[in-house]
Ligand binder design. Structure first.
Ligand code: NOJ
Length: 761
């Protein structure tokens, strides 16, 4: 028979506390937040005092509860699980929650987590696309809408943002982050945390943000997912850490540790990473979750001898919760305590962190959601409008020869929209999408058809089919597709060419399928997959006017295509309203203003090719380091064209010298010198001319996206202080500022040419 506590948990908690955590979100000043956090800890400790070792281990155990997996009600009732992931149906969440609250001995509510990466029902552009907006405000709004949909559904925690710096487009997960740059990555990390979580943990309609994967996952050699990573301390501090620091400063309540081994130790077992760096130096005070099966993987990696040792090492290193598919290794924690292999204080500390998260989210007071409200929030038209706005702002006009774009809607009578991604819902939404409304997703073909309704005949033909490998485990969510027969293959190809022949304008939509990007979707080649090049050749051979829309989660090798196609628009995976955003951009209703968050290589052989490399001893030969190809990229980081043109005046400084502790202001004037309204992203790059370490030839330090009418000018100001020019020095093992000359450039991309020198004292 199950023992019941003397007092139900809720009543016990209510008695012990002076500041109810349920008001956590209402007052958000720092003093109030501290008080609320203290009260939450007091409540958590009161509860821990009543818990058995098994119940404690249960609070630290998270399990997959996807609809296609066996139900976990019994384990929840027995107190063996404290958190579930992958349930998103509000009714099912309420059911599980009822089991936890009404059937488990202590009635502790479950914390529900989910991969809300770029939306739940409303799908926003993939994070790499959001980063291309160079617009933290729109990214914050998008994640706030995603959080509203999640929270209304009963989800309390998003496994997002992914803030891994990624400099190798072969790595499929480059799509989930903000690209290659620590500054842009930090701005996007903070914006996403603010959006997901709001001003404080427990803010109504928001969820806990869980930046991931701590740390260095994006440095996967060869772009091979999960491969061991070697990083110097200087790379860790100056490149990979800043977005996490920014996310933690923005208040992130959770961090996910990483799968791979870093410098010969699994990240999940690294005391240095999780305890010293994350909690000690960065002051992170939330809870850490392992990646899925990350704890047990130490056995597969031949690091831990068995599951018990894996559990012990993960907890001791600083993970608080174990995410697992199948039985949790953390179920072994009680035995480890009993055998004297694990101090109970370490167990209690982790339980306290998890309970504090539940308390701060107000789960003890409000464990359930209202399903009718959830339905309303999930259908909110404002979220769809925001998805369109975010998609419009993420579009990057890569190439536009002779003003091929925008198209003139009145001049098009017969439009052919061709390509395997032209009318594919899944591929418009992209990876990390599980419960979208497929019927309302606007593909490029649909967007163009709606835009041209009544004005032109629109023919849509896929032409070729892309292979769709669904990562194992996610089959139940993946798109179903029947492979074409050889006969189909020939017929569809011929139909696409025929449509091209009779059209007076062709929009070709090529790129990567949803499942060719994301986790376990590394690519050894960056060329357009499948038969897309053959399709391109055949369509080009018709001689009809053509523009190319790319849908993909990484820069692709388009070197051979670029000279043959007059205009290329990079749409990433643009989301629920992505096709409408693309159509509006193609016809000039909106002017593309996004910029590349990654350097775009000419070919896979140049990879990695991020812009912030240090100079060699022959800097003048930097462009000719290969004997068989240029060593410059196809497009620099920050590149993106517009239908209008801009003039950026030479920058000036209010003082030529930066004094210790002081700041200077750089000003530049930007003018829209073209004939239509448009956006430019003014970017500030720095370079240190001499000092105690090699520093990158250029580093982005600030940017501002502005909208200007034709002829309009605006003065942009950037504040420059010592913190902006400092870096972590490996010899002295500290952050420092080297006095001397710095070069400051402003311009429209990483090749910005307008220079002003600054002397730092
Ligand atoms: C594994 C991924 O690495 C992580 O990012 C994700 O949140 C979990 N699986 C849960 O799906």
């Amino acid at each position: 028979m199950k023992a019941r506590p003397l007092l139900p948990a809720l009543a016990a908690l209510a008695l012990c506390c002076t500041v109810p955590a349920s008001i956590a979100a209402k007052e958000t000043g720092p003093v109030n937040q501290t008080k609320q956090a203290e009260a939450a800890h007091t409540r958590a400790r009161a509860l821990i005092a009543q818990m058995t070792l098994a119940e404690k281990a249960g609070q630290l155990s998270q399990a997959f509860a996807a609809p296609f997996l066996p139900p976990l009600d019994d384990a929840v009732a027995a107190g063996r699980l404290g958190s579930l992931l992958f349930v998103s149906d509000p009714a099912r969440i309420n059911q599980y929650q009822r089991v936890a609250v009404e059937k488990s001995r202590l009635g502790i509510p479950l914390l529900f987590g989910f991969d809300v990466i770029h939306g739940l029902r409303t799908i926003f552009p993939v994070p790499l696309g959001l980063a291309a907006s160079f617009d933290p405000a729109v990214v914050e709004q998008a994640q706030a809408a995603a959080a509203a949909e999640a929270r209304a559904s009963g989800i309390h925690w998003a496994f997002a943002p992914m803030v891994d710096i990624a400099r190798d487009p072969r790595w499929g997960r480059i799509v989930e982050g903000a690209g290659e740059d620590p500054h842009l990555g930090s701005e996007m990390a903070a914006a996403q945390v603010r959006g997901l979580q709001g001003p404080a943990i427990g803010t109504s309609g928001r969820v806990i943000a869980g930046p991931k994967h701590f740390l260095g996952y994006g440095a996967a050699p060869g772009g091979r997912d999960y491969e061991p990573v070697s990083l110097s301390d200087a790379e860790i501090r100056n490149v990979y850490l800043p977005p996490f620091t920014a996310a933690i400063r923005a208040g992130a309540g959770n961090i996910m540790s990483a799968y791979m081994d870093i410098n010969q130790q699994p990240a999940v077992a690294s005391n240095w990473l999780l305890d010293d760096l994350l909690r000690g130096e960065l002051g992170f005070d939330g809870f850490v979750v392992s990646d899925a099966n990350g704890v047990q993987n130490q056995v597969a990696q031949h690091f831990a001898a068995d599951e018990a040792e894996a559990a012990q090492r993960a907890l001791m290193a600083g993970n608080d919760m174990e995410m697992a598919l199948g039985p949790n290794a953390f179920a072994r924690l009680p035995a480890l305590v009993e055998q004297g292999r694990l101090p109970v204080a370490v167990l209690d500390r982790a339980v306290e962190r998890v309970l504090v998260a539940k308390i701060r989210m107000g789960l003890f007071e409000h464990p359930y959601v209202d399903e009718a409200v959830a339905a309303r929030v999930l259908a909110d038209p404002a979220h769809r409008d925001l998805a369109q706005q975010a998609a419009e702002r993420s579009l990057v006009l890569l190439h536009n020869q002779g003003g091929a774009l925008p198209l003139k809607p009145g001049a098009v009578r017969r439009m052919a929209v061709i390509g395997p991604l032209a009318d594919s819902v899944a591929d418009t939404l992209g990876p990390w999408v599980f419960v979208p409304d497929k019927a309302e997703t606007v593909t490029v073909a649909r967007g163009i058809s709606e835009r041209l309704a009544g004005q032109a005949v629109v023919t849509v033909e896929p032409g070729v089919q892309l292979r769709r490998a669904i990562p194992s485990g996610l089959e139940a969510f993946g798109p179903t597709q029947t492979a074409w027969t050889e006969e189909d293959r020939q017929a569809r190809f011929a139909a696409a060419v025929a449509a091209a022949r009779t059209a007076d304008q062709i929009v070709l939509v090529l790129g990567e399928a949803q499942s060719q990007s994301g986790e376990r979707a590394s690519a050894s080649d960056l060329k357009l997959p499948g038969e897309q090049l053959r399709l391109l050749d055949a369509v080009l051979a018709t001689g009809k006017p053509i523009v190319l829309v790319l849908i993909a989660g990484r820069p692709l090798d388009i070197s051979a295509i670029l000279p043959r196609v007059p205009a290329i628009l990079m749409a990433w995976y643009p989301g629920t309203r992505g096709g409408m955003a693309v159509a509006r951009a193609l016809f000039g209703d909106v002017n593309p203003g996004g910029k590349l968050p990654v350097t775009w290589p000419r070919s896979v052989g140049q990879v990695p090719i991020h812009y912030a490399r240090s100079l060699t001893h022959t800097p003048d030969r930097a462009d000719s380091l290969y004997h068989d190809a240029p060593s410059t990229p196809l497009f620099p980081f920050g590149h993106g064209l517009s239908y209008t043109s801009f003039r950026i005046d030479p920058p000036t400084l209010d003082q030529p010298v930066l004094k210790p502790g002081g700041a200077v202001t750089l000003s530049t004037r930007i003018t829209n010198s073209g004939t239509s309204e448009g956006d430019e992203v003014v970017q500030l790059y720095i370079h240190q001319r001499a000092g105690r370490a090699m520093r990158p030839a250029r580093e982005l330090k600030a940017f501002q996206r502005v909208t200007l009418r034709p002829g309009e000018s605006r003065t942009i100001r950037f504040r420059i202080d010592g913190a902006m020019l400092s870096y972590w020095n490996a010899s002295e093992r500290r952050t420092l500022l080297d006095p001397g000359r710095f070069d400051l450039w402003v311009g429209p991309d990483a090749q910005a040419a307008q220079l002003v020198p600054l002397q730092v004292e």
